[in-house]
Design a binder for this molecule. Structure first.
Ligand code: NAD
Ligand code: UGA
Length: 446
């Protein structure tokens, strides 16, 4: 059993903290957001994540606690995971939260007698753990990294919506360490994962593995979207069948005695209105800016982002093309979350889709099973209305624009079939069979 503190009780910090607590470690999550802390302390997970409530109920008050007292949490632990946000802007990664947390952490490490281990779980560009993180900790503690305290990189690969499963059944654990004490401590923290592939490398390589992984997924999505747009422009090409044909390649499908088994990577070759979320867009942008800052090429990364920025416009363009104009048209946006099974709207394609619809003069209603109107940016929440019932939603517009592939939208063909004058369905995720609805338009569909 290791005593662990986690700074940041967001998606990554809370899932990691509760997961490690469930495995028997003693974990304290530190956050500075009182609303978030109150919710967790009273047994409520402050965001939608399947399975996390049960994990909290099982561990709160025994192996798991939350606090705003960083000093105490760090003092009573031997390892601290940093799981604060790392946003990016046009200048690259913003390390404000990481550096502020390191300054607080360093002050506690200053008079801690043991060799405390600081583990960077936040996604940071290569060179951050052994660069700005180590420098901030050394500055605040007056101690030397490697001799008097340790630093390590341990990137996170969870996917929102299946974060709990990802924690308990990880595909890999990556540990970037430059000293043996950090390696020994992290091996002990992850001792329950004996069957999981473990990559032990240096901090920079570990950091790069994380970016390379996300950049590959983003590249595959933009590649598919570009092909879908091309197929629609050429005409007479069914993008779904194109991708089915591509997926059947032995590189993407294994042929076993039980039949073909599609590799999971294929799920990143689905055309649509683009990737969103708190990670793919910001990580590709941060890597591109980092490449520029060290004088390295980043043409592919920039093209991936350009194509992605273009996709919401492609979707709204279809609505306009089919309705003739957006002016005064009633349009219902189906799905606000950046993907199903999460309440997260960070960088959701729904936002630019709604903005473009409003700019074109449409009257916009929105539907989402978990996201609430007040979660949206003010400029949008004040300009749209929310419909909570899907039956009512399909009757509320001249066009329905599907942005998030929530399971319940599979009911759309049946719901539309029951209407005497069904609206146009514009499928931003290509999840509805075009033949199953009266009026269909979709990304990559000519
Ligand atoms: P988040 O915004 O959900 O959570 C961050 C939390 O840190 C917030 O609750 C905030 O209040 C807290 N915080 C910030 N500074 C603090 C400080 N000084 N002291 C105490 N608390 C502080 O972020 P997230 O989605 O969990 O992402 C965290 C990191 O993990 C990012 O680098 C992200 O790129 C990476 N990551 C995220 C995911 C994901 O699916 N969300 C997956 C893999 C990696
Ligand atoms: C992604 C990665 O999948 C995780 O491995 C990684 O740990 C995480 O980022 C992270 O670093 O935070 P996540 O953002 O939760 O996870 O969601 P994804 O399932 O990857 O979807 C991202 C976006 O891509 C969604 O908007 C989704 O709709 C979109 N997408 C996905 C497509 O547009 N097309 C596809 O074919 C697949």
């Amino acid at each position: 059993m290791t005593s662990i503190s986690v700074i940041g009780a967001g998606y990554v910090g809370l899932v990691t903290g509760l997961g490690l607590a469930d495995l028997g470690h003693r974990v304290t999550c530190v956050d500075m957001d009182p609303v978030r802390l109150d919710a967790i302390d009273s047994g409520r997970v402050p965001f939608h994540e399947p399975g996390l409530d049960e994990l909290l109920a099982r561990n709160l008050g025994t192996t798991f606690s939350v606090t705003d007292d960083l000093d105490l949490a760090v003092r009573e632990s031997s390892v601290t995971f940093l799981a604060v946000g790392t946003p990016s802007d046009e200048n690259g990664i913003d390390l404000t939260f990481v550096e502020a947390a390191c300054a607080d952490l360093g002050r506690v490490i200053a008079d801690k007698p043991d060799q405390h281990v600081v583990v960077v779980k936040s996604t940071v560009v290569p060179g951050t753990t052994d660069g700005p993180v180590t420098a901030a900790l050394e500055r605040a503690s007056g101690k030397a990294a490697g001799d008097e305290f340790s630093v390590a990189a341990n990137p996170e690969f969870l996917t929102e919506g299946r974060a709990v499963v990802d924690f308990f059944e990880p595909d890999r654990i990556v540990i970037g360490v430059d000293d043996p004490h950090a390696e020994a401590v992290l091996r002990e923290v992850y001792r329950s994962f004996a069957d999981t592939p473990l990559v032990v490398t240096n901090a920079r390589t570990a950091e790069m593995i994380k970016y390379a992984s996300n950049a590959l997924l983003a590249t595959m999505i933009s590649f598919t979207n570009e092909l879908a747009n091309l197929g629609a422009a050429v005409g007479g090409i069914d993008t779904t069948e194109v991708m089915t044909g591509v997926h059947l390649s032995r590189y993407l499908t294994s042929y076993t005695d039980e039949g073909p088994v599609r590799a999971e990577i294929s799920s990143f070759l689905e055309a649509g209105c683009g990737f969103g979320g708190s990670c793919l867009p910001k990580d590709v942008a941060a890597l591109s800016a980092h490449a520029a800052s060290v004088g390295s090429g980043h043409v592919v990364l920039d093209a991936v982002l350009d194509t992605n920025r273009n996709q919401p416009g492609e979707l709204v363009g279809l609505v306009e093309q089919e309705l003739g104009t957006l002016e005064s048209k009633a349009v219902v946006v189906l799905g606000l979350a950046f993907k199903p099974d999460t309440s997260d709207i960070r960088e959701s394609p729904a936002i630019p889709v709604i903005e473009r619809l409003l700019a074109g003069g449409a009257t916009v209603k929105v539907h989402d099973p978990v996201v609430r109107l007040e979660d949206l940016p003010d400029a949008i929440s004040s300009a749209v209305t929310q419909v909570t019932d899907l039956h009512e939603a399909v009757e509320s517009g001249e066009a329905l624009v599907l942005v998030t592939r929530w399971d319940q939208y599979q009911e759309l063909p049946a719901l539309l079939d029951a209407l005497s004058q069904p609206p146009l369905l514009v499928d931003g995720r290509r999840v509805i069979d075009p033949r199953s609805v009266a009026r269909y338009a979709g990304i990559g569909h000519s």
